[in-house]
Design a protein around this ligand. Structure first.
Ligand code: K1U
Ligand code: ZN
Length: 179
């Protein structure tokens, strides 16, 4: 297993439309394992393959619910290959989203609160489920990545420009700290 580089905005790789996965082989298994290691290291709760520079329709999620009484978080790794949204609720909810490709920046995004999704697992098996809450938010965010969309694209131009300005400032501060 290996920690891979996470590409950040404005890298053009993030704007690619990811291709469907057709071969469920050892190489795919290695990529999935690397993506979990990269996501846990970041840390994050989701990661799309395109964020590590592989534009295929694969994403991983682990909401890492904290264990009660301050113990280690309980891991719940989930793999979504070739995911599709079959249905979404008309009602939307706000959630303050972050993104490992837009580091240290957060903004409120509105998304449908319930979706019905179909996807494949690592062996090519098909799943279908109704999903709500944070998993629905995260799955929609990660599926946006497969279509070259970032959460900042859902913001007004004014809010997006503010986030990008804050990101530039944060990067400058990081560079100064590293010097
Ligand atoms: O870059 C990504 O796509 C991952 C992103 C997923 C996400 C977060 C919030 C709403 C929707 C999608 C992140 O994981 S950002 C980091 C983050 O939210 C987090 C990190 C550590 C613990 C808990 C949350
Ligand atoms: Zn993201």
């Amino acid at each position: 297993m290996a920690i891979r580089r996470i590409y950040e905005t404005p890298d053009a790789v993030l704007r690619q439309i990811s291709k469907p996965v057709e071969t469920f082989d050892r190489e795919l298994k290695t990529l999935v394992a690397d993506m979990f290691e990269t996501m846990y290291d970041a840390p994050g709760i989701g990661l799309a393959a395109v964020q590590v520079g592989v534009p295929i329709r694969l994403l991983v999620i682990d909401l890492q619910e904290p264990e009660e009484e301050g113990g280690e978080p309980v891991r719940d790794p989930r793999v979504f290959i070739n995911p599709e949204i079959l249905w979404h609720s008309d009602s939307e909810v706000p959630y303050t989203e972050g993104c490992l490709s837009v580091p240290e920046q957060y903004a409120e995004v509105m998304r449908p609160d319930r979706i019905r999704a179909r996807w494949q697992g690592e062996k090519g098996e098909t799943y279908e489920e109704e999903i709500e809450g944070l998993l629905a938010v995260c799955l929609q965010h990660e599926m946006d990545h497969l279509n070259g969309v970032l959460f900042i694209d859902h913001l007004s131009r004014l809010k997006r420009d503010m986030v990008l300005k804050k990101l530039a400032k944060w990067r400058k501060e990081q560079a100064l700290k590293a010097a």
